[in-house]
Design a protein around this ligand. Structure first.
Ligand code: HEC
Length: 440
């Protein structure tokens, strides 16, 4: 961040000099914004991930020639904040995420001014170097672990027709494990990214009663293992942590496909890297579907109504929350996650204000931003559903809707990876963070 700001200042100084030379150029402030210098870096960071050949974006946005015809459409989408997909309320809660590709107000303003000025190319010498995107047919985590995955499980191929409704494909496959193993890293790789909106991967296995409590399965699916979604290809577990994959476990895929005008086939593979045999990490990471039990019991969405439901999930042990991913269906409107501390203090952790069922955005906390909560904290989820005519995604506002697996039923829960901590480690993390804060 600081580096980028530094560059901007240097450029401003230069353009001020140029301005002085071109005396009297009215509206120079607007004309000053160019594709090469100002817009290309924004598109590289926030759009190219999906808008490049082979990815899910309907057009490539990597060069001036590609971008120019879309200038008006781009202005519209970024100003209304529907691109890139990032539905978090930026005015409350944690704002530091590993996968944040959203635009700042200043960046949106830059794009809008550039389009209003006629979308000038500017000086090609100002272009940032093009991004060297990783190959699609390699495991990206292989470099990190120095080997191909120890286990690969692939979903059976799915053919998505050229035109038509979005589809969900939910095959369940055996892992073939004959002994328990600890997972250190997981990557999800669709073979056809153009049609793959996201893929949630669940783990099905027998748990001890105590463990099961901590894992909170989605009934019929399993516990949340990992996923492929916006800006996310999987998980690398922190030091001393891992997920436990048991002998006889199975993988359940939940793949969301989108037609793109051409019949295409996808098979999504999960690559898993294990800790060495016999190694047991200090902490087991649990994939939780927080709130799912209360949602099953209470979800009641009358026709023509906007509803609010609450779920409360007490933490028996101190815990670190690694991510926040609200899950609802087409009537889902918004979902917030708060922490109610044992001393009565309430903190808004995050609020997804504009939930969009088409985008299962997962907000992945950084090492420093991940909430670390004491035992006895209650996680409070609030879910809003819109079953009125005003919800454009609503297929029928005259229907009552309850909890169910089909996409025309609804549900709500938050997929959260939870690491339960010892009291000592909890105290240590809190002390370290406090020290970090007073330093700056
Ligand atoms: C996570 C993937 C993703 C990211 C990141 C993303 N887009 Fe998109 N974009 C899509 C997909 C998929 C569509 C088509 C479906 C839709 O509109 O939801 C789309 C549609 C669009 C459209 C409408 C195209 C049309 O046919 O009218 C525009 C314009 C656009 N994106 C611009 C951008 C810009 C500008 C950025 C970055 C600031 C961006 N997108 C970031 C995936 C993405």
């Amino acid at each position: 961040m600081t580096q980028i700001k530094g560059c901007r200042f240097a450029r401003l100084a230069l353009s001020a000099a140029a301005f002085a030379l071109a005396a009297g150029a009215a509206g120079a402030q607007t004309a000053d914004v160019t594709f090469s210098r100002d817009v290309a870096p924004i598109l590289q960071r926030s759009c190219e991930g999906c808008h490049r050949p082979g990815e899910m974006g309907p057009m490539s946005l990597t060069t001036y020639e590609e971008v120019r015809p879309w200038a008006r459409a781009i202005r519209g989408k970024v100003v209304e904040r529907s691109m890139p997909p990032w539905h978090l309320d930026k005015t409350v809660g944690i704002q530091d995420f590993e996968n944040d590709n959203s635009l700042s107000d200043a960046e949106i303003d830059t794009i809008a001014r550039w389009v209003d000025a006629g979308a000038p190319r500017g000086n090609p010498a100002d272009l940032p170097p093009s991004i060297d995107w990783p190959e699609e047919d390699v495991w990206r985590l292989a470099d990190r672990y120095g080997r191909e995955p120890d286990l690969v499980v692939s979903s059976d191929p799915w053919t998505q027709t050229a035109e038509g409704q979005d589809q969900w494909w939910q095959p369940i496959l055996e892992t073939g494990l004959t002994e328990d193993r600890w997972v250190t890293g997981i990557e999800v790789r669709p073979s056809e990214r153009r049609i793959t909106h996201h893929s949630v991967v669940y783990l099905q296995q027998e748990e001890q009663p105590g463990d099961h409590e901590a894992a909170v399965d989605v009934p019929g699916r399993g516990s949340y293992l990992t996923e492929f979604a916006v800006g996310k290809i999987g998980d690398v577990f922190r030091e001393n942590t891992g997920k436990l994959m048991k002998a006889g476990s199975r993988i359940a895929f939940d793949n969301h496909y989108h037609s793109v005008g051409e019949e295409l086939v996808d098979s999504t593979a999960v690559g898993i890297w294990f800790h060495p045999k016999g190694y047991v990490p200090k902490y087991r990471v649990y994939g939780g579907a927080l709130g799912v039990r209360q949602a099953m019991d209470t979800l009641d969405i009358p026709p023509g109504k906007v509803t609010v439901h609450h779920a409360y999930v007490p933490l028996a042990l101190p815990a670190r929350l690694e991510n926040y991913q609200p899950h609802m269906h087409i009537r889902g409107k918004a979902m917030s996650m708060e922490a109610i501390y044992p001393d009565g203090r309430v903190e808004m952790l995050n609020h997804v204000a504009n939930f969009d069922f088409n985008w299962h955005v997962n907000y992945v906390y950084t090492d420093d931003s991940a909430p670390v909560l004491p035992a006895g904290t209650v996680i409070h989820l609030t879910a809003w559903h819109d079953n009125t005519e005003a919800n454009r995604a609503n297929p029928d506002h005259t229907q009552w809707v309850g909890w169910g697996q089909r996409s025309y039923d609804d549900m709500y829960h938050a997929h959260v990876n939870i690491t339960y901590l010892t009291d000592d480690d909890y105290e240590q993390i809190v002390a370290d963070r406090r020290a970090g804060r007073t330093d700056d």
